[in-house]
Design a protein around this ligand. Structure first.
Ligand SMILES: COc1nc(N)nc2c1ncn2[C@H]1C[C@H](O)[C@@H](COP(=O)(O)OP(=O)(O)OP(=O)(O)O)O1
Length: 160
């Protein structure tokens, strides 16, 4: 089965990272980057921008693709829960983030990112996004998503 195509789009503005407290769906309760599944007929870049608009009602600007990840649960084989995630950074936003039924926006300093409230893989790769780097990799998490079973990641790759 093909993995689900999804996006993450992290606005980083003046040393502050715009995160969301997810209120529903995969990762509900966690602090995550805005993002979600790619819909039929849209590009991954369109999907990334749409998800930011839908989740916190702002328009991301200066959107740059930074990489791609495969996220797997269980044993690392492609399964129903696998996602292929296209990761973007945004250098700014237009508008003021608002709470929606999907998410509550939170700004956090890039020097004090609360990784213990996030997906366990974020502490591995998000520092590279903040540093302006590109990456590609695979993360395998335990069934409950709380432990990192293994990962591989290349930094400084060419992204489309
Ligand atoms: C397992 O590791 C993960 N780590 C990180 N950092 N992010 C992840 C991981 N697994 C999934 N994600 C992200 C990728 C997407 O941004 C979302 C998918 O969330 P969801 O399934 O809720 O997507 P939506 O399109 O918003 O869902 P609905 O509109 O159907 O509610 O999670």
């Amino acid at each position: 089965m093909e993995p689900t195509e999804a996006t993450l789009c992290h606005p980083v503005v003046d040393g502050e990272l715009l995160l969301i407290r997810k209120r529903r769906g995969l990762g509900a309760g966690k602090l995550v980057g805005p993002g979600g599944k790619v819909e039929a007929g849209e590009t991954v870049r369109e999907a990334a921008r749409r998800e930011v608009r839908e989740e916190v009602r702002v328009e991301p600007v200066g959107v740059e693709k930074r990489g791609e990840f495969d996220f797997h649960f269980r044993d690392g084989t492609v399964d129903d829960d696998s996602m292929h995630v296209h990761v973007f950074a945004a250098g700014g936003i237009e508008g003021e983030p608002e709470t929606t039924e999907e998410a509550v926006p939170e700004w956090h300093s890039t020097d004090a990112v609360p990784y213990d409230e996030m997906w366990i893989d974020d502490r591995v790769w998000l520092p590279h996004l903040v540093a302006g780097e590109t990456f590609r990799g695979t993360f395998v998490l335990s069934d409950d998503g709380e432990s990192l079973v293994r990962y591989e990641m290349d930094i400084g790759v060419t992204v489309e």
